[in-house]
Design a protein around this ligand. Structure first.
Ligand code: ZN
Ligand code: ZN
Length: 338
């Protein structure tokens, strides 16, 4: 446990073991189970999502204090205000605006599609819970590829750089995304499952899965999943994705499961090593820290700057591979422009 004055006090061994191996499975299954039950009982979908989110945020924030993975990540890096603003825009506004504008037309298009095909593609006769893994795997297919493209295409990485500019991992990193990054990813995830015929309940449970998964994925909690790391894209895998070394960061693209990384060969889990505690974007020490500056970064980031400011860890990767000399990053122009 981290006390108010920053002193780390370890709970009893059996408590630590329990928190390490049980906290995620228990919170995850309780959230999904209670969410499905509440929907079946006729609770309004927004209430189910809001109550579950508040409860899980409180639990995850408490677990970070009681059972931290990296104690120094528990101390503020001056990033909380910025990340809270990302939370408001990326969780409360962007997805809701998309749903308001696009869900109606998407459901109409899905109806038209199933009538044209002559049958419903989506197994709506399955139980709500049975459909959920399918919803996750299908929604992850486009988001896997767009996430991968954002890492492998410099022109697209600017949309995703805000997320990787974080210098520590804690629960608010789950919402630290540029709104365009959120919009593109969320729109693809939702559109594909709705067009295939998934109903509104699936979207609510999808949002609960994504919320719990994202909070634990980025949470500074010492969780271990064992073989479940071949199902979830959880913290043990995602910490490598935040490495400053490109060969490690360009792995584990899964947002809500690790299935497509296993299929396409980007799964990465070196069990004999601890993921790096120093994270961020190599060569970009001056990435803007203020919210509005991060919003503007995608436009201010001119093409010529990419030659000196590479995607995460690229210089180290090039040097390790012996393919090029290490390029000393030029002083960032962000501080001047923003
Ligand atoms: Zn990424
Ligand atoms: Zn992340």
């Amino acid at each position: 446990m981290i006390t108010a004055d920053g002193v780390v006090q370890q709970p009893a061994h059996w408590v630590r073991t329990g928190l390490t191996f049980l906290s995620f499975p228990l919170v995850f299954s309780a959230s999904i189970g209670l969410g499905a039950w509440a929907l079946a009982a006729g609770w309004p979908a927004p209430s189910v999502a809001i109550i579950t989110t508040i409860a899980v945020v409180i639990i995850v924030a408490a677990l970070e204090r009681v059972h931290p993975y990296e104690p120094r990540w528990s101390r503020s890096h001056g990033d909380v205000r910025t990340d809270l603003m990302h939370g408001v825009v990326s969780v409360l506004i962007t997805p809701e605006v998309f749903k308001l504008l696009a869900l109606g037309p998407l459901f109409i298009a899905a109806d038209a599609l199933s009538q044209r095909v002559g049958f419903g593609v989506w197994p709506t006769h399955w139980s709500t819970l049975a459909q959920l893994p399918l919803t996750i795997v299908v929604s992850e297919f486009p988001s896997y590829w767009v996430h991968r493209a954002m890492h492998e295409r410099r022109a697209l990485f600017r949309l995703h750089a805000t997320h990787h500019s974080a210098e520590r991992l804690y629960w608010l990193n789950a919402v630290r995304f540029h709104p365009l990054d959120t919009l593109v990813t969320f729109a693809l995830q939702v559109s594909i499952v709705v067009l295939l015929g998934a109903g509104p309940d699936q979207l609510v449970l999808f949002s609960i899965w994504a919320m719990v998964h994202g909070l634990f994925q980025h949470g500074n909690i010492d969780v271990r999943l064992g073989p479940l790391n071949y199902v979830f894209s959880m913290a043990e895998l995602h910490r490598w994705h935040h490495s400053r070394t490109l060969t490690e960061a360009n792995r584990n693209y899964g947002n809500n499961c690790i299935f497509w990384d296993l299929v396409f060969g980007t799964f990465y889990w070196p069990k004999h090593r601890r993921p790096p505690a120093t994270i961020g974007i190599a060569g970009m020490p001056d990435f803007p820290r203020e919210y509005l500056s991060q919003l503007a970064s995608i436009w201010r980031w001119k093409a010529d700057e990419w030659s000196g400011q590479r995607s995460p860890g690229e210089d180290e990767h090039r040097a390790a591979a012996g393919t090029a000399e290490v390029t000393t990053p030029r002083p960032s122009r962000f501080s001047r422009l923003l």
